[in-house]
Write a protein that binds this ligand. Structure first.
Ligand SMILES: Cc1cc2nc3c(=O)[nH]c(=O)nc-3n(C[C@H](O)[C@H](O)[C@H](O)COP(=O)(O)OP(=O)(O)OC[C@H]3O[C@@H](n4cnc5c(N)ncnc54)[C@H](O)[C@@H]3O)c2cc1C
Length: 369
């Protein structure tokens, strides 16, 4: 049987970031991941954006509090920039007045047609009543971020075990005993960072679920218009975000921004919704979508109130939730992993998070118990 101070269940960006932060604070950490590749699920399927003007107020606060890590990670963490400029261009139409006002309140700026065309020369502005711009939005190098976290865990003498799906857990005296694909692991504290599967893990440990809801989101990669380089295009979407598109690896990533409630599974794309998104893109940009080169689906997992769930479960000693990051799990991972490491060590919430208005009560699983 392997033992540790803390076992983190789930090796996506949330679990890997938390494991690295907890290990760096001196605890002995084991990270258990059910797949052979830790980024196989939501983490490896995202749009890889840092968008400080998106999401509800608490998510925006967590995103702002994550900026420092992305812009100046610890020495030796990565040898590439984690962020690179992107920007988001949003188009508002008649009937979108409330959404336009909300977007401006959240930090989007009004821009004119000339500025919009300087960012995206092929943008179509027929019928547009507002053009909005978020110049703070950036691309995140998710692979580098995730690999950096796993490296930091190893450097801090932690261990990541792949092909280790936790099937059952039991509190025996002062420790959790976990069974994962034929092996037994034990630690006084466990952190459930299993994304869409977090409720299932809780149930297999004898706890009531929180009511986390995975929602499927589809995506595709397609070529840009013939002769045009799309690499410097911003992300583009209508203000009601019934699709969005952004450059990815020299091509365009397109998503219908669908959010169909589903059970946890290895997700795939909804082709019909992708076709609708392609029609939306053609309405906003002067281009024709010929075919999708690749499609995929991913799960964004939400708590009933749409906020992350971070903290010890009041119903079970040593059971720590780190789930429900929805569509913002990558951009909030630096702040949430620091918060988790502090709470697990019995420390106060980091001061910069408090200054941003983040409190333990807002995120605690107690709100569902
Ligand atoms: C199309 C799309 C676009 C997105 N765009 C963005 C974006 O631009 N910016 C952003 O910040 N976020 C974005 N997101 C959301 C982001 O991807 C997620 O919030 C984030 O990846 C969640 O990370 P995670 O580690 O919780 O989940 P996951 O990456 O799913 O990791 C959970 C891990 O737990 C493992 N696991 C499950 N059960 C067990 C078990 N029993 N035992 C052991 N391991 C287990 C799984 O194998 C998995 O690796 C997007 C998501 C999608 C689908």
């Amino acid at each position: 049987m392997k033992t540790a101070d803390v076992i983190v269940i789930g090796g996506g960006i949330v679990g890997a970031s938390a494991a690295a932060e907890i290990a760096s604070a001196g605890a002995q950490v084991l990270l258990l991941e059910m797949e052979s590749q830790p980024g196989y699920h939501a983490t490896g399927r995202s749009a890889a954006m840092y968008e400080p003007c998106e999401g509800i107020a608490l998510v925006r606060a967590l995103t702002r509090a994550s900026y420092g890590f992305f812009s100046s990670p610890p020495d030796g963490f990565v040898d590439v920039a984690l962020l690179s400029p992107r920007g988001v261009l949003m188009l508002g139409y008649e009937g979108d007045e409330r959404l336009i006002a909300d977007a401006k309140r959240n930090g989007f700026a009004d821009i004119d047609a000339g500025f919009a065309r300087s960012k995206l020369p092929l943008v179509k502005l027929d019928g547009v009543i507002a053009i909005l711009w978020d110049g703070q939005a950036q691309d995140i190098d998710v692979d580098a971020l995730h690999a950096g976290r796993l490296r930091a865990l190893r450097r801090a003498k932690g261990e990541a075990v792949a092909d280790a799906a936790v099937r059952r857990g039991e509190r025996i005296r002062d420790a959790w005993r976990l069974e994962a694909d034929g092996e037994t692991y034990e630690a006084p504290m466990i952190v459930v960072a299993a994304g869409a599967w977090s409720d299932q893990v809780a149930t297999s440990c004898g706890l009531a679920p929180i009511g986390l809801q995975p929602k499927r989101r589809s995506a595709a990669v397609l070529a840009g218009p013939a002769g045009a380089s799309v690499a410097d295009w911003p992300e583009i979407s209508p203000v009601d975000v019934n699709f969005y598109a952004k450059p990815m690896g020299g091509k365009l990533m397109l998503s219908p921004a669908d959010e169909d409630p589903v059970q946890p599974h290895d997700a795939w794309a909804d082709d019909l919704r992708l076709a609708e998104a392609a029609a939306g893109l053609e309405r906003c940009v002067d281009m024709q979508v010929q075919r999708f080169e690749r499609t995929w689906g991913g799960l964004r997992t939400f708590a009933p109130d749409g906020l992350p769930v971070v903290g010890f479960d009041p119903a079970a000693d040593g059971f720590f939730w780190l789930a429900g990051q929805g569509g913002y799990g990558i951009q909030t991972s630096p702040a949430l992993s620091r918060l988790a490491a502090a709470l697990l060590a019995g420390r106060e919430i980091p001061a910069d998070l408090t200054r941003e208005g983040v409190s333990q009560e807002q995120l605690s699983p107690r709100r569902f118990r």
